[in-house]
Design a protein around this ligand. Sequence first.
Ligand code: URA
Length: 240
Amino acid sequence: MDRLQKVIANSGYCSRRHAETLMEKGKVQVNGVTITTLGTKVGKKDTIVVEGQPITTVEPVYYVLYKPEGCVSTTDDEKGRKTVLDLVPINERIYPVGRLDYDTSGVLLLTNDGEFNHKMTHPKSGIEKEYVAHVEGFVRKETSRKLERGIKLDGHKTRRARIQRVTYHKESESTTLHIILTEGKNRQVRRMFDTVGHPVTKLRRVRFGCVTVEGMAKGEVRHLRPHELKTLLHLARPRT
Ligand code: URA
């Protein structure tokens, strides 16, 4: 038996918090009876309906994909481009946790657990995402410091970041560096470097929290290891 809001979140319908709101609003029925008590427990045989839609209870699953460039990280694409799900030989209904651009490669988590997805992508989670960026021009120390302190994107200052392992390439007049963010605004790394005049030419996410794709080939998928799941949930605890 599990708490009703957890079962709804695990189904991928919405986050646990939102499930609680829906319960309080009387939008959840179990075996035809409206349930508003948040602690209510349900089992596998119970029929759950949320906002008129039957919920299928599923075991939560968690995967890591080494996303290659040249695919979108949505479950379907209006332009008909290849999606990350085309690469994953898995029958379960899963979806990506957050996004990586079409041209960005690297660590991408996939799950069917709505609550986990919410925790990992919530701006307050503070989970570190580490990228290796190859950018045009030589990134000066002052520019790195400015990016680390935060710059304005869409009228909001980006959170503190860390830039490490800076390597200059004389012949191609370019720089490779690691940038560690704790948020995930749309195309954030590319837009940050665009703003300071160093367009990104290649971008790879090498770490999501404690998870890397070390030893994996591009396009390969594996189960998230139990200790990785535990650590991610610990890392995503809301900070006060
Ligand atoms: N920042 C970007 O610019 N692109 C990504 O895919 C991820 C972070």
